[in-house]
Design a protein around this ligand. Structure first.
Ligand code: TRP
Ligand code: SF4
Length: 439
């Protein structure tokens, strides 16, 4: 079985297997087709999996508040792989989400040995100014540093109470020589994700974390944590009955009173409260009610001294391949297009990219190329061609042997340089960067 390790340099190719083995849901057409102007990364299957995205769809269609939290480790220069995350964030910002972006300086310190000063410099010069260039509205977004946000660190500490070492070993393959800062990184990330549901940051609400699929272990852990800190479970019990179940043993009567009020306020009538079981059975509830009631209960928990976290939803995108067919990584400059690459560099990198072309032009004409294996096609698909028909045309002409790799590369160089020129022009100045950073 494949394992997902967020810190390894493995390339994930078999996305099907990830869906099956980890219980990630398929992000199929039914997930995106009702969204306003679905983003190309959603339409084209680049975002291929999710957990609980239905909750976000509902918030969007009912115009209820929801929030995006994602994060990037400032470990080098910002490249096209990172851009995918910000492209999605920008899309969701336009749909009305609150936006938070973490600079994962603690994770970079723990796992990449990058000092906090270095992180700050890298983040400001290489990342944040590009977020603005990519269209993130600084007025409606908080970019913060993990190391500077007390609430994140405090939550991480509190979360530690419900996570034991063998869970971390099972999830990440940690060993007895894993250093403690590294061991702490997943808890800090859970702090990132859940702190946006604290009152100070907008309160309990559906939270979406759009990330590369390598981040799924963190999300599984974070969802467990969110659940562990709830007082109530709203669920279908093993005997098939839907109910509200109190998990704590303190203040049973008081908390069940709270739950009873919520349930009645929600409109359910046929209820059966059994204090000894710490349960309220909801005989007239339906499956659709479970999630809604759960959100109502979460709010009531906050009023009664709890956190009331709603489990975060997530979407997973494929990781961009490197130009050479390996992993796209800042540590191998030839594998990646950086947003700061100049025109000559872009040309050189694209011209030497791995394609799905055949060894000779003659064979290519006869058998056609393989866009699925082509890094140039991937550039078109992920970043350079917005129009679906235009993209399909390239796909078909490649397969049909009509296209020459040389011509494709020329087009890619042109479009890419245009894109990067645009980004250079719009890059945020100091004032805008100051405005978007919020410690
Ligand atoms: N772990 C992520 C990475 O390796 C960065 C990150 C930190 C993050 N906190 C986050 C991602 C919260 C999503 C949500 O790049
Ligand atoms: Fe890739 Fe274009 Fe060559 Fe097809 S013709 S393999 S899309 S570069």
């Amino acid at each position: 079985m494949v394992e997902i390790n967020p810190w390894s340099s493995k390339i994930y190719e078999d996305y099907e297997e990830l869906l099956v083995n980890f219980g990630i849901e398929r992000f199929d057409e039914s997930m995106w087709k009702d969204l306003p102007n679905p983003h190309r990364l959603l339409r084209r299957g680049v975002v291929f999996g999710h957990r609980d995205f239905g909750r976000i769809k509902r918030a969007i269609s009912e115009r209820k508040p929801w929030v995006i939290l994602t994060g990037l480790m400032p470990s080098g220069k910002m490249h096209l792989g990172h851009k995918m995350v910000i492209d999605q964030v920008k899309y969701y910002q336009d749909l009305g989400a609150d936006i938070f972006i973490a600079v994962a300086d603690m994770e970079a310190y723990a796992t990449r040995n990058i000092s906090f000063e270095e992180s700050r410099k890298l983040a400001v010069e290489e990342y944040i100014s590009n977020y603005i260039a990519l269209g993130i509205d600084p007025e409606k977004c908080q970019v913060y540093f993990q190391s500077k946000r007390e609430e994140v660190k405090n939550l991480a500490y509190v979360f530690g109470k419900k996570i034991n070492w063998s869970q971390l070993v099972a999830t990440y393959g940690f060993t007895s020589s894993t250093n403690m800062a590294h061991a702490y990184a997943p808890l800090i990330q859970a702090g990132d994700i859940l702190h946006v549901q604290l009152e100070k940051f907008g309160g309990v609400r559906p939270t979406l974390v759009p990330v590369g699929v390598d981040q799924d272990p963190h999300l599984r852990l974070c969802r467990d944590i969110a659940r562990a800190f709830r007082f109530f479970n709203v669920d279908r019990a093993r005997d098939g009955r839907i109910g509200v179940f109190l998990k704590t043993e303190q203040d049973v009567k008081k908390l069940l009173d709270v739950a009873e009020n919520v349930v009645k306020g929600y409109g359910l009538r046929d209820i059966e409260r059994i204090d000894d079981y710490r349960a309220i059975y909801l005989n007239d509830a339906k499956d659709e009610d479970i999630e809604l009631l759960n959100e109502e209960m979460a709010k009531a928990e906050v009023e009664n001294g709890g956190y009331g976290f709603i489990q975060p939803s997530s979407t997973y995108h494929r990781l961009m391949m490197g130009l050479d067919g390996g992993k796209m990584s800042s540590s191998r400059p030839e594998s990646a297009i950086f947003l700061s690459d100049d025109e000559g560099t872009v040309r050189r990198k694209v011209l030497s990219a791995k394609t799905g072309g055949k060894v000779s032009l003659e064979e290519q004409r006869k058998y056609g190329g393989e866009p699925e294996k082509c890094m140039v096609y991937e550039l078109f698909l992920y970043h350079l061609i917005e129009n679906d028909e235009e993209l399909l045309d390239i796909y078909n002409r490649c397969r049909g042997g009509e296209l020459k790799c040389g011509d494709c590369k020329k087009l890619a160089v042109e479009l890419l340089n245009q894109l990067l020129r645009d980004i250079r022009e719009k890059r945020g100045d100091e004032k805008e960067i100051e405005k978007i950073i919020s410690d």
